[in-house]
Design a protein around this ligand. Structure first.
Ligand SMILES: Cc1cc2nc3c(=O)[nH]c(=O)nc-3n(C[C@H](O)[C@H](O)[C@H](O)COP(=O)(O)OP(=O)(O)OC[C@H]3O[C@@H](n4cnc5c(N)ncnc54)[C@H](O)[C@@H]3O)c2cc1C
Ligand SMILES: *[C@@H]1O[C@H](CO)[C@@H](O)[C@H](O)[C@H]1NC(C)=O
Ligand SMILES: *[C@@H]1O[C@H](CO)[C@@H](O)[C@H](O)[C@H]1NC(C)=O
Length: 435
C-alpha cells in the first residue's frame, strides 16, 4: 500500500507488539501514530507482558527464530532497553520424572544452542545435581534426576518496566494515546470503495469514530474480537502465574540466579528487588475459553475472571520449589492469575494484512507465548510489511482458516509444550456454597 509518512495510523493494543510497532513507526518518520488500549494505564493490566519478567532465550528448535532472537538480544543491549534486560543465564533442565517428549525437546534446544556459532561458547552442559550446584549454588534442593545445560547468552527482561519505558519514549516523540473508556475499541469500521472493502478507521466503546489510513490490530488474546476473520487460526490461551513474596535478605541471596526451568515442571526467575517477588510459571498445555457458538477461544473480558490459578498448577509450582528452593515450597503463593496470549498451531506469528481489506488493516498476532523477547525489534517487521506488497516471510502470512471441523485445540501437539489444553470452565474455582 502507498502510505505517506503523515497518514494517520491507528494501533489497537498497547502491549508488546503494539508498543514496539509504535516505536519503530515513529523512529522511521511516521508522524501521525495513535495507540488505543482498553486499560487506563500502561502497562495495561490485560497485556500478557504486564508482568515482572519474561524469558529471553536465543535457542529455538527452529533456527529462523534463533537468528531473530540474536538480533533481539543485541537490541536489548541498546540504551532504551538495556535497563530492563538481565543476562542472568538460562538453566534449562528436565527433572527425573520428565516424560520422553520433554526430554526430546530439551535435547533439541541444547543442540540448537551448541550448534550456533554465536551462542555455542556460552553453553555449559549440566550432567546432574553436582554440575547444577556448581552453576548456581543457591539451588540447594535435591534436584532429583535433573540434568540439562546452562546458557549464559540468555536471561530475562522486566517486561512491565520495558513496556513503560517504550510508552514514555514514544509519547515524548509524539505518539498519541487513548486509554480506558476512550481507548477500548469496539470495531474496525469499513466502507466500500472502488477498490473494494476498506477500513476508514475504528469506533471506540464510547461511540467515537477515529479515522485512519491504516489500522493495526495488536490486541493479544482478544484479536478475534476485532478481526473475526482470523477464526480458529488464533486461539486465546492462558498459563498460570504466581509469586512468592520474599524478605529483603532472601531476595538478596538469590540475586543473579539464572532463569531456572524444568521442562516438565515449570520455571522461575531471579526475584525482583523492588517488590521482593519471585515469579513462577508451571509448564502445561494451558487453558482456553472457547465460545460454544463460534468454536473460537477469546480472552475473558474482565480481569476478575483470570484472577486465580488451578489447584494442580499450584501443586506443580510447589513441586518445582521443593526440588530447587525447598525453604520456599510451603510459602503462600500471591498475585495469582491466568495470563492470556494468542496461540497458533505452528507457533508462528501472524504479521500480515487482513485479506479483503484492501491492505487497510494489519493483524499482529499469534505470539504463541514466545513473543516478548522480540519486543525491541518486533516493530521493524511491521515496517518491512508496509514496504512490501505482501508479507515476504511466508510463515508470518495470513493463513487460510481450517474448515469448521478443524482442530482448534492443538495444545498437546506443540513440540515445546507438555500436556493438553483444558477449557477454563473445567478449572474455575468452586464457589463456596451459601446454604
Ligand atoms: C504466562 C505467560 C508467560 C510468557 N512467557 C514468555 C517468555 O518467557 N518469553 C517471551 O518471549 N514471551 C512470553 N510470553 C508471551 C508474551 O507475553 C507475548 O508474546 C506478548 O505479550 C504478546 O504481545 P501482544 O502485544 O500480542 O499482546 P499483549 O501484550 O497481551 O497486549 C494486547 C493489548 O491489547 C489490548 N486490547 C485488547 N483488546 C482491545 C480492544 N478491544 N481495544 C483496545 N485495546 C485492546 C489489551 O488491553 C492489551 O494491552 C508469555 C505469555 C504468558 C501468558
Ligand atoms: C541463521 O544464522 C546462521 C549464522 O548467521 C546462518 O548460517 C543460518 O543460515 C541462519 N538460519 C536461518 C534459518 O536463517
Ligand atoms: C495448522 O493449520 C493450518 C490451517 O490453518 C493447516 O494447513 C496446517 O496443517 C496446521 N498445522 C498443524 C501443525 O497442525
Amino acid at each position: 500500500m502507498c502510505l505517506q509518512k503523515s497518514d494517520p495510523i491507528i494501533i489497537v493494543g498497547a502491549g508488546a507488539f503494539g508498543l514496539s510497532t509504535a516505536l519503530h513507526l515513529i523512529r522511521n518518520g511516521f508522524t501521525s501514530v495513535s495507540v488505543f488500549d482498553k486499560d487506563d494505564q500502561i502497562p495495561p493490566r490485560y497485556s500478557a507482558a504486564n508482568d515482572l519478567n519474561k524469558i529471553v532465550r536465543a535457542e529455538y528448535e527452529d533456527p529462523f527464530y534463533t537468528n531473530l532472537t540474536i538480533k533481539a538480544i543485541a537490541a536489548w543491549k541498546t540504551p532504551l532497553f538495556a535497563p530492563h534486560f538481565h543476562q542472568t543465564g538460562f538453566l534449562h533442565c528436565v527433572s527425573g520424572n520428565a516424560p520422553q517428549k520433554a526430554i526430546d525437546t530439551l535435547k533439541r534446544f541444547q543442540a540448537s544452542a551448541e550448534e550456533h556459532a554465536e551462542i555455542r561458547s556460552h553453553v555449559t552442559p549440566l550432567k546432574g545435581q553436582t554440575d547444577i550446584r556448581q552453576a548456581c549454588w543457591q539451588l540447594e534442593g535435591p534436584l532429583p534426576g535433573w540434568y540439562g545445560y546452562l546458557n549464559r547468552y540468555d536471561g530475562y527482561a522486566h517486561s512491565a518496566n520495558a513496556l513503560a519505558a517504550v510508552y514514555r519514549a514514544v509519547q515524548a516523540s509524539g505518539v498519541r494515546f487513548h486509554l480506558g473508556e476512550h481507548g477500548a475499541v469496539d470495531e474496525v469500521v469499513y466502507v466500500n470503495t472502488r477498490e473494494g472493502k476498506k477500513s476508514s478507521g475504528i469506533r471506540t466503546k464510547d461511540g467515537e469514530f477515529h479515522p485512519a489510513s491504516l489500522v493495526i490490530i495488536a490486541a493479544g488474546g482478544s484479536a478475534g474480537q476485532l478481526v473475526p476473520e482470523v477464526g480458529k487460526n488464533v486461539v486465546a490461551k492462558s498459563w498460570s502465574v504466581a509469586h512468592v513474596h520474599l524478605t529483603d535478605e532472601e531476595t538478596s541471596a538469590l540475586r543473579g540466579i539464572p532463569v531456572t526451568y524444568a521442562r516438565d515442571l515449570g520455571f522461575f526467575f531471579e526475584p525482583d528487588p523492588k517488590t521482593n517477588l519471585l515469579k513462577l510459571c508451571p509448564m502445561g498445555g494451558g487453558y482456553i475459553n472457547t465460545d460454544p457458538a463460534t468454536g473460537v477461544s477469546l480472552a475473558p473480558t474482565s480481569l476478575e475472571e483470570s484472577a486465580f490459578i488451578p489447584e494442580q498448577d499450584e501443586k506443580q509450582m510447589r513441586r518445582l520449589l521443593e526440588q530447587t528452593l525447598p525453604t520456599l515450597s510451603d510459602r503462600p503463593l500471591v498475585r495469582k492469575s491466568l495470563c492470556w496470549f494468542a496461540d497458533t498451531n505452528d507457533s508462528d506469528f501472524i504479521i500480515d494484512y487482513v485479506p479483503g481489506t484492501t491492505s487497510s488493516v494489519v493483524l499482529l498476532s499469534g505470539d504463541s507465548g514466545h513473543g516478548f523477547k522480540m519486543f525491541p525489534i518486533f516493530g521493524t517487521w511491521v515496517l518491512d510489511l508496509l514496504k512490501a506488497e505482501k508479507q515476504p516471510v511466508t510463515r508470518w502470512q495470513w493463513k487460510k482458516s481450517p474448515s469448521s471441523d478443524g482442530k482448534a485445540n492443538w495444545g498437546g501437539d506443540v513440540s515445546w509444550r507438555v500436556g493438553e489444553s483444558k477449557e477454563i470452565s473445567e478449572i474455575l474455582p468452586k464457589r463456596s456454597s451459601r446454604l
